[in-house]
Write a protein of this length. Structure first.
Lengths: 441, 197
């Protein structure tokens, strides 16, 4: 199928909105979308959702002879596939340019950074080594494939366990998972890619571009960094001229983002580990909510409704929606029932369980899903303590220090101050929304 | 093709329809061109006397240069690639590519034609469009209390909105997209918050 063309009107509107620093989904310029990590029942299988962009990662291993010029190192193999279900424009065999670019980026990010210790994958030097294969599948394309793919890749690698091996003289014994617990891979650090989209010849910058924004961007800068602030890969495409200051600033923003995402990944991995140990249920059946065919689901998003005329600022949330809720099932005639009941809408029950969750950090819940919401990781009570001096964290905003490209100090300050006012005035909205967000998943 | 949905019924109206009607109100996002539907299309090519217009179906529709009000062989409509067009299908069946016109049977445009340059286009499900097009739709009435705006609804799931500022346009876009999932009560609350500031 051909991809839907972008009309002039959309392009113009998006560029105008970016000039006014407005994004379609109400994010700020440096905000990431919600990152959600869920694990499958197999070791090494995970799905990462960055907003609506979804990537599935699966790691597998095999014993093979090593490469002749590297007899003591294991083999790593990375593969990213753009599934036709991701976007109408993707067809098997088409999209070679984008595919090659993404694959190369993933390879450079994960292989060249030496995040995995390949020497530890050697079993018998020159004869048998482990080949670790990482398969990434893009399930839905809503912009910023590379970030989602890099997160999925590193999470799957950290989650994976390979069979234990012992070598006694000439004999090599590979233990099954029943005999001995599988062993994790030896991973030194976690490189994560962060994408920056540039507009109007580098004047405006957006972090984590969505699909619409990607279509109108001039250029893209991808920086892969780990939490120790080491840059693993940096790539600029689109042919825009970047000033040295811009690149430095981007790398500072990257450091902040990577720290947050790494923390989220650690928590998700720990949680999954805990659930597995306790013998609870794990896997996609638990973590991905039951979606009925006619159920539409949308996340709540903060839409900034600055009424320009009145100069009053307010935050509004589009309600976190269950699908069409009918009071009771309706039978039209014998044999004809009404289809289309949405997900159960028991806000009351879920709110209580959420409070417990927040307090005990998922002690009760068996769901191994995490959302990268700064508000949500804190207790509900601590949210209200935001000081006026700190740059404000709207629930989608994740950074403590906002680093902006252009030295416009004044607008930024007014924004944070007024935002803090609205934070104080519309407190009712926040807890409600947060809980709704949790409930929807 | 089988579809699932609510079974609806309309009584025999006074003089309007001949007898009542039953139909299945199904819900989907993918549009299939049907003759007589008014849709919003994006011009993708100008080729040999007709424009090629993407309407979201499997084939692109063709729109002749002369199918505009006041168009003659010498007086061509000013349409560029990437413009938005609001027109209706003359012919749309599964055997051939659909044909669109921006003119009705009496030669007048009656609101069809090129859609203005500003504003924003976005996509929703077909069920929401039908709900919005129903006479006396509550959503539209409630929204119009907020800010003045222009709205074009295409049966192919595309909506074009234009309000005075980018901010207001974004608000309307987000509300319309969320209307699919909100109940009437939630929508009223959201709108009350918006207008109450």
């Amino acid at each position: 199928m051909k991809a839907t063309p972008l009309s002039n009107c959309e392009r113009r509107f998006l560029l105008r909105a970016i000039e006014e620093r407005k994004r379609l989904d109400g994010r700020q310029c440096y905000d990431y979308r919600n990152v959600r990590i869920s694990f499958g029942a197999d070791r090494g299988c995970c799905i990462v959702e960055l907003g609506k962009t979804r990537v599935l990662a699966q790691v597998s291993c095999e014993l093979v002879p090593p490469k002749p010029n590297r007899p003591t190192e294991g083999i790593l193999f990375f593969n990213l596939e753009l599934s036709p279900m991701a976007a109408p424009g993707f067809e098997p065999g088409r999209q070679p340019e984008l595919l090659v670019k993404l694959n190369r980026l993933i390879e450079r990010c994960l292989r060249n950074s030496k995040c995995i210790d390949t020497e530890s994958l050697c079993v018998v030097a020159g004869e048998k080594v482990w080949q670790i294969r990482l398969d990434l599948h893009l399930l839905n394309h809503d912009g910023n494939i590379i970030d989602a793919a890099s997160i999925a890749g590193i999470v799957a690698l950290c989650h994976f366990r390979r069979p234990d091996v012992s070598v006694q003289g000439e004999e090599v014994t590979v233990y099954t998972p029943e005999e001995r617990d599988p062993v994790p891979l030896s991973i030194h650090h976690m490189p994560i890619c962060v994408s920056f989209a540039f507009f109007q010849q580098g004047t405006y910058l957006l972090v984590d571009p969505s699909e619409r924004e990607e279509r109108v961007m001039d250029g893209l800068l991808v920086i892969a960094m780990n939490k120790h602030r080491e840059i693993c890969t940096i790539q600029s495409s689109g042919g825009i001229m970047l000033v040295k200051d811009q690149v430095l600033r981007c790398s500072k923003i990257t450091a902040v983002k990577v720290a947050e995402i790494t923390e989220l990944i650690q928590k998700a991995l720990e949680n999954d580990q805990k659930v597995r140990k306790e013998g609870g249920k794990f896997g996609f059946a638990e973590s991905i909510p039951n979606q009925k065919i006619t159920a539409f689901k949308m996340e709540s998003a903060a839409v900034d409704t600055n009424n320009v005329e009145e100069q009053a600022e307010e935050i509004i949330t589009n309600a976190d929606p269950p699908s069409e809720v009918f009071a009771k099932p309706i039978l039209h005639t014998a044999g004809t029932a009404q289809i289309g009941e949405g997900i159960e809408n028991s806000w009351g029950d879920l709110e209580e369980s959420e409070r417990e969750e927040a307090a005990e950090e998922e002690g009760e819940s068996e769901v191994t899903v995490f959302e990268c919401q700064k508000m949500e990781t804190e207790d509900t009570s601590t949210v209200r303590e935001t000081k006026k001096d700190e740059p404000i964290v709207l629930s989608d905003s994740e950074e403590e220090e906002v680093v902006i490209l252009e030295p416009e100090e004044l607008p930024k300050k007014t924004r944070t101050q007024t935002n803090s006012k609205q934070e104080n005035t519309s407190k009712k909205a926040f807890p409600k929304r947060r809980k709704k967000k949790r409930a929807a998943h | 093709v089988t579809k699932c949905g609510l079974l609806r019924h309309r009584q025999a109206g006074g003089g309007a329809a001949a007898g009542g009607a039953y139909w299945v109100d199904s819900q989907q996002k993918r549009y299939v061109p049907v003759g007589g539907d008014h849709v919003i299309g994006i011009v993708t090519a100008t080729a040999g006397g007709a424009f090629k217009v993407d309407v979201g179906g499997s084939e692109q529709a063709s729109l002749s240069y002369l199918a505009f009000e006041g168009a003659t062989k010498r007086n061509r409509p000013n349409v560029q690639v990437g413009d938005l067009i609001y027109g209706q299908f003359l012919v749309a069946n599964k055997d051939m590519e659909p044909e669109m016109v921006c003119i009705d049977s009496s030669g007048r445009s009656s609101g069809m034609g090129i859609i203005g340059q500003d504003g924003f286009l976005f996509k929703v499900s077909l069920g929401l469009i039908r709900k919005l097009l129903a006479p006396k739709c509550e959503i539209i009435q409630e929204l119009s209390q907020l800010y003045p705006f222009e709205l074009v609804l295409g049966m192919n799931g595309r909506i074009w909105v234009k309000a005075k500022t980018v901010q207001q346009t974004l608000i309307i876009v987000n509300i319309l997209e969320a209307c699919e999932h909100m109940s009437a009560e939630q929508r009223r609350q959201a709108l009350a918050k918006l207008s109450g500031n």
